[in-house]
Design a protein around this ligand. Structure first.
Ligand SMILES: Cc1ncc(COP(=O)(O)O)c(C=O)c1O
Length: 392
């Protein structure tokens, strides 16, 4: 049987590989602790389950949902975007679409916007889904390196003129996975000027907007900035916001032509998210205990962030202490240059799983990623193992 080049010529999906390496180590009898994967251990609020239980028996919800989304869900999203980000000009009928999680949205957006011969501008290191799906769609990818020197923001001025002219999309993701970096308002303004100049659609991936640690620097939506709705589509997710990665629900909001393009692809691929889930999370967005949950969740993750920061500092490991996200982007300690080797040795010797930086792109070669989605005691144990591994 012949398999497509999409399958045979792509590198294996990073996170599945990390899972496999962990499972092999467990099979060999190693006691394994992992900070390698971003899947919250903390649960959704209790009342989220009650909302779903109430909705699940709704007559008619056993049938196919609407492709674009449940109107009640889309209206609540519009209300949330207004309340949280001050974005006031979204129309739930045309400017928002339900997603089966953010991953599905950023992947299918590439299919909706890229043809062979087009160029996609993609940050690197990055969530690998952008790159893979642009390649699936036949586009060429131009990587924009995120480095410590440029505060992990793409240098738009460094994109060659002929590349910018052929580009149809640019992906950005702040707060950022894997670097943990946040973007200031000036970055969004410059990005919009750049995209307008070259007529490029901006795909802003924003699943970490509610995982922040400094109230005075809450993450932005790109849609807050003047003219953004003319050229942007922004992706949001309940996965990290309410610790519900398994429920598979998110939304995209922005330019109505881009929403429609995504809907065209999606309606040929999936048949929407279960109405009971859409209705439950719509009610969660206006739940009286919503903010208490989000604040409590941030507080717990911030305590982990502070613990990890001081442990890394003690070991002399450089990291840009994250102001948001679930990630530490750590420079390999002196004497180590290869993140795959570092991660492999750490797993073999100490049973501690981390994300090798190069798996997110070549600029990650000298980094590794730690994820804060691990129980407190495992974080303590993992960092103790790292310390022992380094002989500190
Ligand atoms: C940058 C980024 N975008 C999108 C996603 C996808 O999240 P989900 O599909 O669970 O909404 C993730 C998950 O880790 C992510 O890190």
């Amino acid at each position: 049987m012949k398999l497509s080049k999409r399958v045979t010529e792509q590198p294996p999906y990073l996170f599945a590989e990390i899972d496999r390496a962990r499972d092999r180590a467990i099979e060999r009898g190693l006691d394994v602790v992992s900070m390698g994967i971003a899947d919250p251990d903390l649960p959704p609020p209790d009342w989220m389950y009650e909302l779903l239980a109430e909705e699940i028996r709704h007559p008619g919800y056993h049938r196919y949902p609407d492709y674009k989304g449940l109107p009640e869900f889309l209206s609540m999203v519009v209300q949330w975007m207004q309340e949280r980000f001050g974005v006031a000009d979204l129309d739930p009928r045309t400017d928002v679409i339900t997603l089966l999680g953010g991953k599905e949205g950023v992947a299918h957006a590439a299919w909706a916007l890229c043809d062979p011969g087009d160029i996609a501008l993609i940050p690197e290191p990055a969530y690998p889904v952008y790159n893979t799906n642009c390649l699936y769609a036949g586009a060429e990818v131009h990587f924009m390196g995120l480095t410590r020197e440029n505060d992990f923001l793409p240098d738009l001025g460094a994109v060659p003129e002929d590349v910018a002219r052929r580009a149809t999309v640019i992906y950005v993701n702040y707060p950022n996975n894997p670097t943990g970096a946040s973007a200031p308002p000036e970055f969004y303004r410059d990005l919009l000027d750049f995209a307008r100049k070259y007529d490029i659609a901006v795909l802003a991936d924003n699943p970490y907007s509610e995982v922040y640690f400094d109230e005075s620097k809450r993450p932005h939506s790109i849609l807050e900035f003047a003219g953004a709705k003319d050229i942007c589509l922004e992706f949001h997710s309940f996965s990290k916001m309410f610790n519900m990665t398994g429920w598979r629900i998110g939304w995209a909001a922005g330019n109505p032509r881009l929403v429609k393009a995504l809907l065209t692809v999606k309606s040929n691929v999936d048949s929407g998210q279960f109405n009971a889930i859409q209705h439950a999370v719509a009610r969660a967005l206006s739940h009286p205990d919503r903010d208490a949950f989000l604040e409590g969740n941030r507080k717990r993750i911030k305590a982990r962030r502070d613990y990890v920061a001081s442990a890394l500092n003690e070991m002399g490991i450089w990291h840009p202490n994250p102001k948001a996200t679930l990630y530490f982007w750590c420079r390999l300690p002196e004497g180590h240059e290869d993140s795959i080797r570092f991660a492999g040795d750490l797993l073999q010797q100490e049973g501690f799983v981390i994300g090798p930086g190069v798996a997110y792109g070549p600029h990650g070669k000298e980094y590794f990623r730690l994820s804060l989605t691990t129980p407190d005691e495992d974080i303590r144990e993992g960092l103790a193992r790292l310390k022992r591994f380094l002989g500190k």
